[in-house]
Design a protein around this ligand. Structure first.
Ligand SMILES: C[S@@+](CC[C@H](N)C(=O)[O-])C[C@H]1O[C@@H](n2cnc3c(N)ncnc32)[C@H](O)[C@@H]1O
Length: 329
């Protein structure tokens, strides 16, 4: 049995409001992480500045913020050391990434409010895909079981169901959902863009779990079905609504007649984190959005789905939009 580290969701920019890290701490932590200040501890601000070619007053100011939150301690000689409340190793990248999001919001929101495509010279560069997916997996693992439970408990069992339900995890990324479906006896396929599938193959966990990997762009190609369930986890928010409708429409071709589509995403009208996710998509993408309930109801209907339901799972609530292909007469 594998022991996953506890979720890092509370350290991210998508934490519940009552858990959200203070922005001053997040920004100082990100700077200390990125510049290597944290790697020099224990040391004085002057020695750290020397070693990393930084300004000693700035280093001291940043470290005193971390000391204020007990992430570091400082002794009477001015030597800073790791403190009792410092993030654990697996939490460090998540908290630093939170600081990056604050910088992205600050750089891009004032520009994108005028122009959706606007860029800013001081925007931190995008995280590489492997790191981004690892962060998403570590934040999101408390959602995996409730999402998989809800998907399986709400589907109509197909007659026979030999070999378990056939599941497509579309845009599966890190593969945590696909592996959990496979672990529950589903015949599972994960489709993602070629670069991500290459990472999944190198990682080896999906293959070891028996998940079939398919490299294809979902906007043009879908793994051949039929599938009893297609999960789109945090994928439709990357697309404008017209493309979500087209995707749903094409998914009907690979869904079994009694199949179900499940969209897992943060919805702008499902609480403050869902609302914040809309701005996250504004700065992270040039066309994505935290589409709301009425948007999903409309595009599912337009794409030929019926029995459209919304189920919130976990905290903060991640929403599952569930729908079945309407029967054609
Ligand atoms: C935010 S991640 C979600 C990962 C996982 N499903 C989850 O919910 O945590 C979005 C995933 O969708 C994939 N993706 C984005 N556009 C895609 C496309 N056009 N076709 C296939 N996959 C796509 C990305 O590569 C990424 O792995």
């Amino acid at each position: 049995m594998t022991h996953e580290p506890p979720s890092t969701q509370h350290l991210t920019a998508l934490a519940s409001p009552d858990e959200l890290i203070d922005w001053r701490l997040a920004l100082c932590y990100e700077t200390a992480h990125t510049t290597g200040i944290l790697d020099e501890l224990p040391a004085s601000a002057a020695d750290i500045a020397d070693a990393r070619d930084l300004d000693p007053d700035a280093v001291r100011a940043i470290l005193f913020v971390l000391a204020g939150w007990h992430y570091v301690t400082v002794d009477e000689r001015g030597v800073f050391s790791p403190g009792p409340r410092r993030p654990k190793p697996h939490e460090r990248a998540a908290l630093a990434q939170h600081g990056v999001w604050i910088r992205r919001w600050a750089a891009l929101v004032p520009r994108r409010v005028y122009d959706r495509q606007a860029t800013a010279p001081d925007t931190p560069p995008a995280t590489d895909p492997a790191t981004g997916l690892a962060l998403l997996e570590s934040a999101g693992h408390p959602f995996v079981n409730p999402v998989v439970d809800t998907c399986l408990n709400t589907r109509r069992p197909a007659t026979g169901d030999r070999g378990g339900p056939r599941v497509l995890d579309l845009g599966g990324g890190h593969g945590a959902y696909a592996r959990e479906f496979a672990r529950r006896g589903c015949t599972t396929t994960m489709q993602d863009l070629p670069g991500v599938i290459e990472l999944a193959r190198a990682d080896g966990r999906c293959t070891a779990a028996g998940v079939e990997l398919v490299a294809a762009d979902a906007r043009t190609d879908l793994a051949p079905g039929p599938f009893d369930l297609v999960l789109c986890g945090n994928l439709t928010n990357l697309l404008p609504l017209g493309q979500v409708r087209d995707l749903l429409s094409r998914l009907r071709d690979v869904l079994a007649p009694d199949g179900q589509v499940a969209i897992a995403s943060w919805l702008r009208d499902h609480g403050p984190v869902g609302a914040a996710f809309g701005v996250q998509m504004l700065v992270a993408t040039t066309a994505g959005d935290a589409h709301g309930e009425s948007d999903y109801r409309r595009v599912c209907g337009d794409a030929g789905y019926t029995d459209i339901r919304f189920v919130d799972v976990g905290q903060p609530p991640l929403t599952l939009v569930l729908a079945r292909p309407a029967r054609t007469t």
